[in-house]
Design a protein around this ligand. Structure first.
Ligand SMILES: Nc1ncnc2c1ncn2[C@@H]1O[C@H](COP(=O)(O)OP(=O)(O)OP(=O)(O)O)[C@@H](O)[C@H]1O
Length: 229
């Protein structure tokens, strides 16, 4: 749906285009779509097709060349972009962690003005940990000593605790073993209830089938929407 309000959409974007201004490469052009509550979208495409570029653009982390993004019908501008990023959260494949413990990393965003006044739900964090079969002392581990998979878990927990509406998941389980992958998927399936949605990038065919109820596919700067995964 484009050009008119859509009160049901969480995120809606119109005419989204992203070029590399130096090389002239077009990543995608004039893409318009909406993300609705409970949408589980697989973003597919060959390596190098531009999936991460697209997710970062949608997260307002990369500069788009054309288009407008709306969150709950409000156009995103520099004035409300910090709030938008807290609601439409990009989960990097390579976790960005700071020096300190897992717990300190999870608390860090709570120092931002945008989260002040909100209450950190410690019992929710403990529930997430137990869903991932991680003991409470995982929180005390230094970020320096975490394995790649543990870093991804820390990053995901930090994002989930901020209670976003939409997760933009860029290969969020790529460093995890098969059992941990299923635990993360189960947790996110539980998380993705009525007013939540995700766009998920994965290279694992089994995971693509499990996490994608619809597919957006990037191919040579075109994005097509379908259901065949
Ligand atoms: N900010 C940028 N400016 C210009 N080019 C970029 C930028 N970011 C990434 N690229 C290039 O865009 C191409 C697509 O990168 P991207 O990481 O989005 O691909 P991808 O589809 O996510 O690939 P993969 O599945 O291998 O992770 C790559 O050739 C990359 O080098």
């Amino acid at each position: 749906m484009t050009g008119v309000e859509d009160t049901n959409a969480l995120v809606r974007f119109e005419g989204l285009s992203r070029y590399d201004t130096l090389s002239g490469r077009v990543f995608f052009k004039s893409f318009s779509q909406a993300i609705y509550p409970n949408d589980r979208i697989l973003l597919d495409g060959a390596s190098g097709a531009g999936k991460s570029v697209f997710l970062r653009t949608l997260a307002f982390l990369d500069q788009m060349q054309e288009g407008v993004i709306y969150f709950k019908n409000e156009a995103i501008t520099p004035k409300n972009v910090i709030y938008y990023r807290s609601q439409v959260a990009y989960v990097h494949q390579q976790a960005i962690l700071f020096e300190g413990t897992v717990e300190e990393n999870i608390y860090l965003p709570w120092q931002l003005k945008i989260h002040q006044g909100k209450v950190f739900d410690q019992s929710q964090l403990m529930t997430y940990l137990s869903c991932l079969e991680k003991p409470a002392d995982f929180l005390k581990k230094s970020s320096k000593t975490l394995s790649g998979g543990e870093q991804q878990i820390c990053h995901l927990l930090r994002t989930l605790m901020l209670n976003p509406s939409v997760l933009l998941l860029d290969e969020p389980t790529s460093a995890l073993d098969a059992e941990a992958v299923i635990l993360v998927e189960n947790l996110l399936n539980h998380w993705c209830h009525q007013d939540k949605a995700w766009v998920w990038v994965s290279h694992d065919q089994g995971q693509k089938q499990r996490v994608g109820q619809q597919q957006w596919r990037i191919d040579q700067a075109n994005i097509t929407v379908g259901n065949n995964i």
